[in-house]
Design a binder for this molecule. Structure first.
Ligand SMILES: Nc1ncnc2c1ncn2[C@@H]1O[C@H](COP(=O)(O)OP(=O)(O)OP(=O)(O)O)[C@@H](O)[C@H]1O
Ligand SMILES: [Mg+2]
Length: 414
């Protein structure tokens, strides 16, 4: 294995470095790095990486591979600093993560990591990721540096997009979308601005769950997106409790194929350039613009329950996405009404279901009892009517982390 100090390499120039708490925890990574780079790589700790990146040698690095596991959560501030420092030097960052929470992973990717590979490394995964790092991105072809790209993105104020898709009817997607949006919008004085888009064009129930009227304006907007300007868009939104902007479904049932992928893309672009966070409630069916939303989204939540229907739909969705070569990595599976901590056989079933589908549940949401339907029927987010609800507690945790990410991005932009 190469020396433990990237500076002291004598022969081969250092092209890449691993950055870890202790590289010995990731022996498969050592093997794969040797396979890909021979002797021309070094290993650094988080602390030494920060120092190394300040030296001129670091400029010639091709990439750094940051490998982390759940024990690194206390080191997160330093890891974030390494990612930011590396991307400011245009050194690409590959994340290798074992059992890291999807929230943290998402945050690290947003901070500038280019790609992510799970650990234990699947056969050939490091090789493929390195290849991907070398594929010229559109921005690179245009000659833009990372800073220029950031500046451009910030000048367009690109909000983060979270989409929610029910894998079986009634699995709780809209409840999750509505409460996530409200919790982010209501997360204090410095809360990000949030826009909730109901793209469940036919049966959309966001308006019911927030007691907002469905208006004709939405139909006008969706059928004229080519001429939509900011005012047209903002005027079509409704406001819930002064803090959350909502595009409800139209007053009449719209045929799903009336709306084209271009329409959907324009609406999302408009929303993300005017809000810090955009939450999209999707229909359970796969439509011609599902792919558009998947491409635009930062995270695409697929909601399911522990039943055969959800499992079979999940399998179909995964197959369809794989066949189309779509960005599967953005999909985060959410198990709604998941078994209680004490329900061992239920937990074992959930585990088997995930294994059977070859997925992991990024989030397990508890049953929120009849209180949830009661809140929805009253047109109120959980926080406004049942503030101690267990489902709310979980949604709030996620919302707070999303709100913090949005604040950091705003601060970086300022
Ligand atoms: N965790 C939960 N605990 C208790 N009830 C829930 C929970 N999640 C959702 N519900 C209830 O389940 C029903 C369906 O929820 P929701 O409308 O959010 O599902 P959906 O996936 O959006 O359905 P659709 O396929 O109609 O879009 C609602 O009555 C809601 O109140
Ligand atoms: Mg719904």
């Amino acid at each position: 294995m190469p020396s433990s100090n990237a500076n002291s390499k004598l022969s081969a120039p250092i092209r890449a470095c691993t950055v870890t708490r202790d590289v010995q925890n990731f022996d498969l990574l050592i093997e794969d790095m040797e396979l890909e780079l021979g002797e021309s790589w070094g290993d650094l700790t988080f602390h030494s990486a920060l120092k190394y990146l300040d030296q001129t040698d670091a400029r010639s690095l091709d990439f750094i591979a940051i490998a982390i596991d759940d024990e690194d959560e206390p080191n997160m501030a330093m890891i974030e600093a390494v990612i930011q420092r590396a991307s400011s030097l245009s050194v690409r960052v590959l994340l290798i993560a074992e059992e890291l929470s999807p929230i943290i992973l998402h945050r690290l990717l947003r901070l500038g990591a280019s790609d992510f590979v799970p650990y234990p490394l699947p056969e050939g995964a490091l090789h493929d990721a390195i290849q991907r790092l070398h594929q010229p991105s559109i921005e690179a072809m245009a000659g833009a540096t990372k800073q220029q790209r950031n500046a451009a993105a910030q000048s367009q104020n690109q909000g983060t997009v979270y989409a929610v898709h029910p894998l079986a009817g009634g699995s709780g997607a809209t409840t999750f979308a509505v409460n996530l949006a409200w919790e982010i919008a209501n997360s204090g004085k410095t809360a990000p601005t949030v826009c909730l888009l109901d793209f469940d064009l036919q049966t959309g129930s966001v308006s019911t769950y927030l007691d907002l009227a469905r208006t004709e304006k939405v139909y006008e907007l969706l059928s004229n997106t080519a001429v939509m300007d900011r005012d047209f868009f903002i005027n079509t939104l409704q406001t819930f409790n002064e803090k959350l902007k909502v595009l409800t479904a139209a007053a009449d049932m719209l045929p799903l194929d009336l709306i084209t992928p271009d329409d959907i893309e324009r609406v999302i672009q408009m929303a993300r350039s005017n809000f810090d966070v955009v939450v999209i409630d999707m229909p359970g069916t796969v439509v011609q613009w599902t792919e558009t939303v998947l491409n635009e989204a930062d995270v695409y939540f697929a909601m399911m329950e522990m039943d055969m229907r959800s499992a079979q739909n999940a399998l179909r969705l995964i197959r369809a996405l794989k066949a189309e070569d779509l960005p599967l990595a953005k999909i985060q599976y959410v198990l709604n009404r998941s078994p209680k901590f004490t329900d061992l056989s239920g937990k074992a079933r959930a585990k088997r279901m995930a294994e059977g589908l070859d997925i992991e549940f990024a989030l397990m949401l508890p049953d929120g009892t009849a209180q949830v339907t009661h809140a929805n029927d009253h047109g109120l987010p959980l926080a406004e009517i049942v503030p101690k609800n267990p489902l709310l507690k979980e949604v709030r945790k996620l919302a707070q982390s999303f709100a913090a990410t949005a604040r950091d991005e705003n601060r970086a932009a300022a």
